[in-house]
Design a protein around this ligand. Structure first.
Ligand code: CO
Length: 132
């Protein structure tokens, strides 16, 4: 069901500092920060030849990554995102497998439908599925 690795998301407290590390130390191509008020985060995308890294900084009072950063003050890997052909088909298959889906599909940071899957059902890793 899953296809390519779309991105690995890293939660950070200071997205400017994190961007500078990827740009200046690792020599990567780094986008400008983009506020995503619907998702409670500011994002930076780092294009690699075979995938992307997504830096996430909390935005607003109820950011979904605040609790994670309280537990991981240095930042850390927050989720991995795999591509699927069709989000509704993926939801049906996951429901048949009793995997827990966190909320309803919504439009993600790339303008495509996404869902998130409970880390307890996926080896302690928050999984995002994005319609390719
Ligand atoms: Co993501």
């Amino acid at each position: 069901m899953i296809g390519r690795l779309n991105h690995v998301a890293i939660a950070v407290k200071d997205i400017a500092a994190a961007s500078a590390v990827y740009r200046d130390v690792l020599g990567a191509r780094v986008s400008d920060p983009e506020p995503q008020p619907d998702h409670g985060v500011t994002t930076v995308f780092i294009e690699l030849p075979n995938t992307k890294i997504e830096l996430l900084e909390p935005l607003g009072e109820n950011s979904p990554i605040t609790a994670y950063l309280n537990r991981h003050p240095d930042g850390g890997i927050h989720h991995v995102c795999y591509e699927v052909d069709d989000i509704d088909t993926a939801v049906e298959k996951l429901q048949a497998s009793h995997a827990r889906i966190l909320g309803a599909p919504k439009i993600g940071a790339h303008g495509k439908p996404v869902i998130f899957l409970h880390p307890k059902d996926f080896n302690g890793t928050l999984v995002e599925l994005e319609q390719a």
